[in-house]
Design a protein around this ligand. Structure first.
Ligand code: ADA
Length: 575
């Protein structure tokens, strides 16, 4: 594998789409990964651009190009020929090329972040759609028979950990090929051979194992124990290809009003977090991701909702390693179900999210369709379709969607977990209305009217705007004081109610939103200002308020003293 990150040639030029359209010259340079809005003069550029670089293939052969994220529509050309493309900034994609001649080759990627009839998910919205190759890219040189993917699903059976492994293999050669395949978990002294299989030219095969993982230490936020799973192909005993995935032994279920992790109730407390930063756009470097997670750990959080799209895999890796529970969701914030491209694009988002991110133990649940139409029969059909697809792709995780429809919602029978976005104290009412409003909602949920009686409930969004530096003794709206008052009452109420399984503050940091359209223009600074920290991660008054409430909850529910940092011991805590 060779990283394709670094400086690429760059030019702003319209797409014509045919082969002749490739630019003749590239007057600028751009770093990959990055958002072009970080380049002077391109702060607000929305349109097409071209990125170019070369790579070497000394022996020639086949290669797999992997793009972590192209924002938001990409067309890829190899040596001037179109070889593939992708829509949606927030899921990876790969393209396999065969028979490259030995020597140097050219990749050109045309990227466009325009809004328009081809885009159902990237639209004018309360977050910004940046432009560029905004996540890492790499090239993998491929043998004749190679591993396409491996998935590993842990499960508890009669108190013992087992691992269901599935490996997909492809023969890209022009002849019939035989290979042996095996899986190993070295840290547990496990090596499982599955024997040999034959593949015809171009054929794909699938190998499945079920292995017992005696001695595995469970993964949890308190004890984020990870293991390396290696699957290897052998040709007459010699390694022909291998792939390594990191996994964690944990199982997520719901039982009554509780969410269970490894059989024990877990309570989630944390934030909605956009991938957004004034210096990097959505292409946040891993150092800045870690800084965000360090702040959320300092705040006493154990939960992050990747609003409103699948996140960068490096961020998910950090959540696996540091021990955060993640709700990852399809890219779909209040999108129009009638858009001609909606169904195919949101299904692709779900499929790619699960196929690329399914092995991350930190992801406890899949979300979708944030604040979409869950009140009409047609809207219900779309929720049903997508939730069924998600379940078909992964039956091991609970499914939810964040609804702002309250008692009007007619889709809550479809989910495993009820998630409610409510802005009592901001868009309506004040702090005194927060507790009574929750009581009324829970009474409805646990009645026969909701279709969700007895299910776990998460407060998936709540909060208030507070502009950094606006300080007022009278605590009027938009002051840091008012935001702190609302968050204090929300967290006092939501983190202490026995029938609330999770609470995610909206939102971690202020974020840029899309200009234009009268709806978002009303937002001060053309930003969403509900962050507990501002866009530069400067803490507002609410920071200490949130921290106090989160640490109280951690002590109450997780038995961790407010002062102690959660143990990262090897042994899972027994309570
Ligand atoms: C909704 C939406 C968020 C954000 C929030 C707000 O709940 O899901 O993306 O727009 O409102 O700030 O009003």
């Amino acid at each position: 594998m060779e990283s394709l990150d670094g400086l690429w040639d760059f030019v702003i030029l319209p797409w014509r789409g045919d082969r002749a359209a490739l630019p003749g010259e590239y007057p600028r340079k751009i770093l990959i990964p990055s958002a072009w809005e970080t380049l002077p003069g391109l702060e607000n550029y929305r349109g097409p651009a071209w990125l170019r670089r070369e790579f070497a293939m000394p022996e020639g052969g086949a290669a797999r190009l992997v793009f972590g994220g192209a924002s938001h529509t990409a067309r890829v050309y190899l040596d001037g020929k179109p070889i593939g493309g992708h829509y949606d900034a927030f899921t990876p994609f790969d393209i396999v090329t065969d028979d490259l001649a030995p020597g140097r080759h050219e990749i050109v990627v045309a990227v466009d972040n325009s809004f328009g009839p081809e885009s159902a998910l990237h639209i004018e919205n309360d977050y910004y759609s940046y432009g560029g190759l905004t996540r890492p890219a790499e090239i993998q040189r491929l043998p004749e028979v190679y591993l396409e993917s491996i998935s590993a699903t842990p499960r508890l059976a009669a108190g013992a950990w087992r691992l269901d492994i599935r490996a997909r293999v492809r023969n890209r050669s022009r002849s019939r090929q035989s290979r042996e395949i095996g899986a190993s978990l070295p840290a547990l002294g496990i090596a499982a051979d599955i024997g040999a299989f034959d593949l015809e030219p171009g054929e794909r095969g699938e190998a499945r194992w079920e292995i017992e993982a005696d001695g595995a230490v469970p993964w949890s936020a308190e004890s984020p124990q990870l293991y390396s799973l290696r699957v290897a192909l052998f040709d007459d005993g010699a390694i022909a290809d291998d792939m390594i995935e990191r996994i964690g032994f944990r199982e997520v279920k719901t039982r009554g009003k509780k969410i269970l992790l490894n059989g024990r109730p877990v309570r989630l407390r944390g934030y909605n977090r956009h991938e957004d930063h004034p210096q990097f756009g959505c292409a946040i470097p891993v150092e800045a991701m870690m800084a965000d997670l360090a702040l959320m750990s300092d705040l006493g959080c154990n939960f992050i909702r990747t609003c409103h799209y699948p996140n960068d895999m490096r961020f998910l890796d950090l959540c696996d390693e540091l021990g955060f529970y993640v709700w990852e969701e399809t890219h779909s914030r209040t999108v129009d179900f009638k858009h001609p491209k909606f169904r195919e694009q949101v299904a692709a988002s779900a499929r790619e999210m699960i196929e690329w991110h399914g092995n991350h133990p930190s992801i406890l649940m899949w979300g979708c369709l944030n604040e979409c139409d869950s009140v009409s029969p047609a809207g219900r059909e779309e929720h049903k379709r997508l939730i069924e697809l998600i379940r078909a792709l992964d039956s091991t995780r609970p499914v939810t969607f964040a609804s702002d429809k309250a008692e009007r919602d007619i889709c809550l029978d479809l989910v495993d977990i009820v998630s409610w976005n409510t802005y009592s104290g901001w868009y309506w009412g004040g702090p005194p209305d927060i507790a009574p409003r929750l009581k009324k909602y829970l009474r409805w949920v646990h009645s026969s009217a909701s279709g969700a009686k007895g299910k776990p409930v998460i407060l998936s969004e709540f909060g208030a705007g507070g502009i950094y530096g606006v300080r007022q003794r009278q605590a009027s709206k938009w002051s840091e004081e008012y935001q702190s008052l609302v968050l204090d009452e929300c967290l006092r109420t939501y983190l202490n109610h026995p029938d609330v399984s999770g609470a995610a503050v909206w939102q971690f940091c202020d974020c840029r939103i899309t200009q234009g359209g009268d709806r978002w223009a009303k937002r001060p600074r053309t930003m969403n200002n509900k962050g507990t920290v501002d866009e530069y991660r400067r803490p507002k008054l609410a920071y200490e308020t949130v921290k106090k409430r989160m640490l109280e909850a951690r002590e109450k529910w997780d038995g961790l003293a407010a002062s102690a940092s959660p143990p990262k011991s090897k042994r899972a805590k027994t309570k």
